[in-house]
Design a protein around this ligand. Structure first.
Ligand code: DGL
Length: 211
């Protein structure tokens, strides 16, 4: 008999719902349990110690509910905390950094990839490492874009003000900048701004998200 237990999902807030949505679409028969730490979000501007501690507390909650696997649907947590947290649990933990890096490495034709994420994610260099492990000849250009999460949390996804913030945040990549052909959205909130991000970087850049 198949394992009827739920798959647990964890994010610092609502962004991980973009990952949950994809899993539910592909595996409609699975039960799911979602934990968003809205009380302490955003994690992106926090120290690595805080991200590790808060992530561990949330994973403890999910593990206590006898889930069969946990998806760490938060890039900041995947990048900063997952390597140490893996040692603490028997239940399989799945992060979002490796799948995103693999997808970006497969998508790029000119081997020039941009990565945007929270301050903590970019500071960790996790995407740089993971993409280089896929293909060491890919040039990786990382950019912290801390102004995007507050937009999503406020439900502001389009309009002139949003375009202005997205344009300023992605400045190095706008309109053919740095000659990237692939942009990896290294934050689970960013797919909700996907249309605006695609508009700003232009049609020659493939936008990949970690979901
Ligand atoms: N969900 C987080 C991530 O994917 C972004 C929000 C936050 O800073 O907590 O990195």
């Amino acid at each position: 008999m198949s394992d009827q237990r739920a798959i647990g999902f964890f994010d610092s807030g609502v962004g991980g719902l973009t990952v949950l949505r994809e899993v539910v679409r592909r595996l409609p028969g699975e039960s799911t349990l979602y934990l968003g730490d809205n009380a302490r979000a955003p994690y992106g501007p926090r120290s690595d110690d805080e991200v590790r501690r808060f992530s561990g507390e949330c994973l403890d909650e999910l593990a206590a509910r006898d889930v069969k696997a946990i998806v760490v649907a938060c890039n900041t947590s995947s990048a900063v905390a997952l390597p140490t947290l893996r040692l603490r649990y028997d239940v399989p933990l799945l992060g979002v950094v490796r799948p995103g890096a693999t997808a970006a490495a497969l998508a790029t034709r000119n081997r020039r990839v941009g990565v945007i994420g929270t301050i903590a994610t970019i500071r960790s260099r996790a995407y740089f490492q993971a993409i280089k492990e896929e293909d060491p000849f890919i040039e990786v250009f990382e950019q912290a874009t801390p102004d995007l999460v507050p937009l999503v949390e406020a439900g502001r996804l389009d309009g002139p003000l949003v375009e202005d913030v997205v344009r300023r945040s992605l400045e190095p990549f706008v309109d053919g900048g740095l000659d990237i052909d692939t942009l990896l959205l290294g934050c689970t909130h960013y797919p909700l701004l996907g249309n605006m991000i695609r508009h700003v970087v232009g049609p020659n850049v493939t936008v990949i998200d970690t979901a």
